[in-house]
Design a protein around this ligand. Sequence first.
Ligand SMILES: CCCCC/C=C\C/C=C\C/C=C\C/C=C\CCCC(=O)SCCNC(=O)CCNC(=O)[C@H](O)C(C)(C)COP(=O)(O)OP(=O)(O)OC[C@H]1O[C@@H](n2cnc3c(N)ncnc32)[C@H](O)[C@@H]1OP(=O)(O)O
Length: 198
Amino acid sequence: MTHPGSSPLDERGTPRAELAQATRALQDEVRGTRIDGRRARELAGIVAEVARELRDSGADDEVGRLHMGPGPVNRGQTLSPVYNVDTWDGRRMQGTVTFARFHHGSVGTAHGGAIGLWADDVLGRLSRELSEGRARTACLHVQYRASVPVGAPVWFTAWADDADGRKRELHATLEDDGTALVTVDGLFVEPRIPLNGH
Ligand SMILES: CCCCC/C=C\C/C=C\C/C=C\C/C=C\CCCC(=O)SCCNC(=O)CCNC(=O)[C@H](O)C(C)(C)COP(=O)(O)OP(=O)(O)OC[C@H]1O[C@@H](n2cnc3c(N)ncnc32)[C@H](O)[C@@H]1OP(=O)(O)O
């Protein structure tokens, strides 16, 4: 079984990946900085200049589609927490996810919405690994059982029940030292009318 992270579509190590990684670092530092107001304004100008150059490079929807690539770290988007798939046996995926300062909710713990975003992403990825048909998230039930730390890797497991026609029930847990922090139950459905390119 091919390890998902070893797909030839993986963007890790490319210049584009480096740009995404640098942008993640920027997001984290913007979140935490104590920089003074005058310098903050100067830096805003520099960042705006970078954004202009990227926009002028011709970003469009085709580029946006790289968001769906398989690499855990470098899908060209910087919103989702970074996660790494360590094992994949065709049915069950295990690995670690690290919520960054950018995903901070309150008192050192991850924002619940960021956890939901990650869950949708990892189950979406699992769904893509399981079959060619493109399923979409119909329902995501996230149970927050204990706080998820920021800045430290947390172990995850994601797995699938048997497919039921176009429906796939997928599950995930986040855990720390054997204690469940979050449990997720998702329903993904292959649309009756397939969406173009999705
Ligand atoms: C080894 C290397 C492999 C390389 C692989 C390469 C790439 C893979 C890598 C990466 C992918 C990475 C990451 C993925 C990232 C993100 C994934 C995010 C996914 C999303 O974020 S996606 C956006 C949010 N999502 C939507 O935007 C959906 C909007 N929505 C719809 O598009 C429709 O609503 C739809 C399609 C859901 C259903 O529409 P439809 O018309 O096809 O469904 P229909 O009515 O026929 O229902 C059929 C059966 O599903 C049941 N059913 C339906 N909906 C239900 C519900 N909500 N609750 C409970 N049951 C439900 C019915 O009850 C019936 O059940 P039954 O058959 O038993 O009666």
